[in-house]
Design a protein around this ligand. Sequence first.
Ligand code: COA
Length: 415
Amino acid sequence: MGKALDGVRILDFTHVQSGPTCTQLLAWFGADVIKVERAGAGDITREQLRDIPDVDSLYFTMLNHNKRSVTIDTKNPEGKQVLEALIQTCDVLVENFAPGALDRMGFTWERIQELNPRMIVASVKGFGPGPYEDCKVYENVAQCAGGAASTTGFDDGPPVVTGAQIGDSGTGLHLALGIVTALFQRTQTGRGQRVLAAMQDGVLNLCRVKLRDQQRLERTGMMKEYPQYPNGEFGEAVPRAGNASGGGQPGWILKCKGWETDPNAYIYFITQAPVWAKICNVIGKEEWATDPDYATPAARLPRLKDIFAEIERWTMTKTKFEAMQILNKYDIPCGPILSMKEIAEEPSLRKTGTIVEVDHPTRGKYLTVGNPIKLSDSPTEVRRSPLLGEHTDEVMAELGYSPEQISALRTAGAI
Ligand code: COA
């Protein structure tokens, strides 16, 4: 079966996480992704957080599936010529260098347009234009600058970053959407364009509900679904909300059977209004269904702490999976806190290709996260990440270089 992005050639100048997540997605949708790396070194993540000596790290392998790797020294004049040939034959250049690095290499937007007016140049940067535009940025900087850290954690503790890589992988997703959108517009205009996804913007987009709450707070001085209500204090900015739900249906994380020894024996429990009577039945508090102090969402808001404590008395008598089974029977929204071990071993995720086992020539078998976006006419087959420079000769031959020319360029240190 063909793939959605068959025929699209991506010049992948990305490294670390944000850019590689984007180009990996495009590769999974069928694009030919040619990753350009420095000979001898490659993407720095090849050697970061290694668990096996001298073998590409999981950090690298899990972000670079289905790509080809070529080595080019883009600061070498002959290397630059190879890069120019690639720019002329590719549809999209994706990069996440520090600000200005591509220009310093000599590949300004104007120069790229001269070489290929259809080229889409897509960049991840830490910040958009403004006071921080020249800054280098990693994941947690973006989480802090995009509003995630100040709104995550508990009221009496410091700001907290989340394990979900919303700054890197989140921005990679934003960039991928920008690229396919620009490819679509090019079918009408015939022209390339620049696509920018700034990590601060990406994180803020994912923290949209917190900007909603900032404005609610400024207007009303309080937010009744936050744990600060009714006894705590609200300041000028959106406070950290612990495990409170970000939506209109109050929720909290509750202990389940075994919590004393298992750090993940917890369940997320949502007191969704339409199923309130069923919740009361399940936890043995039938009277709450009609008691005016508990019967309506508004009446419950100042009592949420006590309500969740009562529900927890029930959840602590069940394992998280037993609780799930019972609550789901009554359509009560809830979710188990799953450990990475439980997720890795979950058969249904293997079945759907969300968790995939991949074989690698030097690493052996390892698990990865497959394509989370499933297209019925463009299924994803996850292929291992390339070794450094594995496809240099192949890609050079496609560009018209003879074996002798390739060997001369290698001797000159250009590839
Ligand atoms: N041949 C020759 N030189 C190459 C090359 C190649 N194939 N590939 C990269 N380089 C050079 C670049 O031109 C740059 O040189 P310069 O600084 O002399 O202009 C240099 O390698 C380093 O690039 P840089 O991006 O500055 O790497 P870094 O390791 O110092 O910084 C980041 C890493 C992630 C902080 C930075 O790239 C960044 O802020 N990126 C944008 C935001 C981002 O994506 N952050 C998240 C990463 S997960």
